[in-house]
Design a protein around this ligand. Structure first.
Ligand code: EPZ
Length: 421
């Protein structure tokens, strides 16, 4: 297993291209199952999670071709309507093949994804919506068995109890091939949703209101092929912006935009960073000023993304005062705290709130990555720490940050990937 060795204390400089968003790529890839034509996707990051979804799509008979950042998917013939546990359990986003297969083939059998390190993460909202659309849902031996009514799924009003990203996306895709109109109330508003809606509309779908709390989808009898470019990854963008905040320096994050970050952009302003939209990207800099401690709460977009919470905590570790960080989206997302403390951070946790007392300096140590975003917080802390940090279990990072060590080196960081013995 690889480790990352980082020698901290160097400011970051240069230009860096932000990759396509993992959490958008995974959904537009699943959307290929809605059409028998080819779907051409650009800016698809080469990540372990993307490769994992390709394994599942292959199981359903999808032909895939990669050429650089372009991925062409051909679901001309769906050869299996079953998504097996051995594949689905490795990545929760796999569950989102259920709706498209159900809508196109009239039935689907998909393994329940199970919980994961950051929380229980049930799929009850997804299933509730499909039942409202007339599907018969049964749970059997860890699988969801879904059957559409004889005339196909029908449009429905879906009131989500929480603006779930996955459920909103799943219902939006599926409703494209239902009879009649579906309205999703309390819909999630993340940029990846808007991106998926753009892709579905390019495929001939009729989706309106993505990016607002109410999305209306008029079902059509079939979707056709299309070409779509995946939106820039706002979590990668925010993570590198916070890395610059932690180390100082100036970086142009190409394809980045303030609006992708939602309120995180304003919060980072308050922390003493400068984030300026420019032609071609977002320029992020911090020059010598102290990092101002800010208290925050994670919320659905446009609130501070839960996927940036750990990285923000790393930034706050060297803040000039005390910051409280409240996690409201997932129940177990503070696993990075003990690891940050190994680097000298002063953080205590009470329930869903962490209190970070800024310290003047962090010191390199051996730490362990625990999940994807938590691992990024260790990278940020290590970049701003004195001396060397060794991060183990970096496979977590490879799931969601494309060419991470290479990109950081490009910005002047001292980071090397080393083989574990
Ligand atoms: C997506 O997960 C992202 N994953 C997550 O990113 C991200 O943290 C999350 O949205 C929130 O922004 C992908 O897009 C692949 P949710 P998702 O449904 O869709 C509860 C990363 O690091 N809930 O918005 O699974 C749920 O338990 C990952 O890239 C139900 O109760 O998130 C959670 O507490 C981690 N029932 C809350 O809603 C349901 O049926 C939000 O979950 C669905 C969700």
């Amino acid at each position: 297993m690889d480790k990352l060795a980082i020698i901290g204390g160097r400011p970051l400089y240069g230009d860096l291209r932000i990759s396509g968003a993992k959490n958008s790529a995974l959904k537009v890839m699943a959307a290929c199952l809605l059409t028998a034509d080819k779907l051409i996707l650009d800016e698809v990051p080469d990540l372990a999670d993307v490769r994992q979804l390709l394994v599942l799509l292959d199981n359903h008979g999808v032909k895939a071709e990669r050429d650089g950042q372009r991925l062409t998917l051909d679901a001309g013939h769906i050869s299996s309507t079953t998504a097996p546990y051995e594949i689905v359990r490795k990545m929760r986003a796999s569950f989102n093949v259920l709706g498209p297969i159900l809508a196109r083939e009239g039935h689907a059998k998909v393994s329940l994804p199970g919980g994961c390190a950051i929380g229980a993460r049930p799929v009850n909202f997804h299933l509730m919506a499909f039942e409202a659309m007339g599907a018969k849902i049964e749970l059997e031996e860890g699988y969801v068995l879904a059957e559409a009514p004889a005339g196909g799924l029908k449009g429905a009003v879906v009131d989500l109890p929480f603006p779930s990203v996955g459920a909103t996306e799943h219902v939006m895709m599926t409703a494209c091939l239902a009879n009649g109109t579906t309205i999703i109330n309390n819909a999630a508003r993340e940029p990846e949703l808007t991106d998926l809606a753009d892709c579905l509309n390019a495929m001939g779908g009729k989706v309106e209101g993505a990016g607002t709390s109410q999305i209306t989808i008029q079902g059509v009898s079939s979707l056709h092929g299309a070409q779509h470019e995946v939106v820039a990854d706002r979590i990668e963008l925010g993570s590198y912006a916070m890395a610059v905040g932690a180390t100082g320096g100036e970086v142009l994050l190409e394809r980045g935009r303030r609006d992708l970050l939602g309120v995180a952009a304003d919060i980072l302003d308050e922390c003493g960073l400068s984030l300026v939209d420019e032609e071609g990207g977002l320029r992020v800099s911090r020059w010598g000023t102290p990092t101002v401690s800010q208290s925050v709460v994670t919320e659905p977009y446009p609130g501070l993304a839960t996927d940036l919470q750990a990285q923000f905590m790393a930034l706050m570790s060297k803040g000039d005062g005390v910051a409280t960080i409240k996690e409201t989206v997932f129940e177990n997302r503070f696993m990075h705290v003990p690891e940050l403390c190994r680097l000298g951070a002063n953080i205590s946790v009470d329930g869903q709130t962490a209190t970070v007392k800024g310290v003047p300096s962090l010191k390199g140590a051996e730490v362990m990555a625990t999940d994807l975003r938590a691992s990024m917080s260790l990278i940020i802390a290590a970049l701003s720490a004195e001396g060397q940090t060794m991060i183990s279990r970096v496979y977590h990072l490879d799931r969601g940050f494309e060419r991470l060590d290479e990109k950081l080196r490009q910005m002047g960081a001292l980071i090397e990937r080393v083989k574990d013995d």
